[in-house]
Design a protein around this ligand. Structure first.
Ligand SMILES: NC(=O)c1ccc[n+]([C@@H]2O[C@H](COP(=O)([O-])OP(=O)(O)OC[C@H]3O[C@@H](n4cnc5c(N)ncnc54)[C@H](OP(=O)(O)O)[C@@H]3O)[C@@H](O)[C@H]2O)c1
Length: 267
């Protein structure tokens, strides 16, 4: 049976998810509801979707709320679902907030995917509330596996924490890449070669780390000989509290998730 999935909001994240879903071997009828006509025109040209004009009577197996947190209230208040599973991917917004905006509707799921869905490599943090039965959990597992892989949590707070790591995470990695490229240019390496060196290093390091994730310290040691170049850089990172800088950024992101809920939960 073909499941019907409706995305409300079809920006960056929904487009990444639709790309992954349409490339998967599972068959889905994908609908979008989107404010911006330019996005509709662009998406219609290269993704197999149906455009729905109005939220008011949206009924599909799955509805994915893919609007910014500030727009969740307006969307939820307009939705009049009977039996659909409503999945929110909005950062910070808690299910109790969505339940309140939807007059006590309980078939709700929170998922935090990431932008790597474009390449079928999103890591998705998933939390089901009590109203989701086992069969529906399996369907949702399959849907999100078609854009990457899934990790399930029993406590909703873990989704905020995962948001700070994996939801926002691609931006941290791109930021680090950018910093490496800028540093390479300052050393006098040419632009194109700098990009290739940085990208190749990250790609190769991920492949190695995947097989040795328990032993990152040993991997660092394997590259750092006593008195060598790597040791010079790692010593400088440690002296400048690089890990503290990362930890503080992650804490700020996690705290921001609960602030976002507070800012957007008033009836
Ligand atoms: N981007 C990421 O990497 C990422 C990762 C994980 C989770 N998320 C979450 O995913 C959600 C979407 O993020 P995004 O980056 O994809 O945002 P986005 O690019 O701004 O896309 C949201 C789209 O929804 C449209 N929209 C707003 N209200 C609507 C309504 N009532 N009906 C139909 N369309 C409506 C917006 O149009 P207008 O701008 O014209 O209003 C916009 O085109 C956010 O809640 C975010 O927290 C994002």
């Amino acid at each position: 049976m073909t499941s019907e999935i409706t995305f409300i909001g079809c920006g960056n994240m929904a487009q990444a998810m639709i790309s992954g879903l349409s490339a998967s071997k599972n068959r889905y009828q994908i609908n979008i509801i989107e404010n911006d006509q330019k996005i509709i025109d662009k998406v219609k040209d290269h993704l197999p979707i149906r455009v729905i004009k109005s939220i008011d009577y949206t009924q599909s197996d799955i509805i994915i709320l893919a609007v910014k947190p500030k727009d969740i209230k307006e969307v939820c208040k307009k939705l009049k679902v009977k039996d659909s599973i409503v999945i929110s991917i909005a950062a910070g917004i808690q299910l109790k907030t969505i339940e309140k905006f939807m007059n006590g509707y309980k078939k709700l799921v929170r998922v935090m995917p990431n932008l790597c869905a474009f390449e079928g490599k999103s890591i998705n943090a998933i939390y089901f509330n009590d109203a989701i039965d086992e069969k529906s959990k399996k369907s949702i597992d399959i849907i999100f596996k078609s854009i990457g892989s899934n990790i399930f949590f029993d406590e909703e707070i873990m989704i905020d924490r995962a948001t700070a790591i994996s939801g926002s995470g691609p931006a941290y990695v791109f930021y680090f890449m950018q910093a490496l490229i800028e540093a390479a240019l300052k050393l006098g390496l040419p632009k194109e070669e700098s990009r290739k060196l940085v990208f190749g290093t990250l790609e190769g390091s991920c492949a190695v780390a995947k097989k040795n994730i328990d032993n990152l310290n040993q991997l660092i040691k394997n590259v750092s000989s006593k008195g060598g170049t790597t040791e010079a850089a790692i010593t400088s990172f440690a002296k400048n509290n690089f890990k503290n800088i990362i930890e503080n950024g992650i804490k700020d992101a996690a705290n921001r998730a609960s602030e976002i809920n507070d800012e957007n939960s008033a009836s």
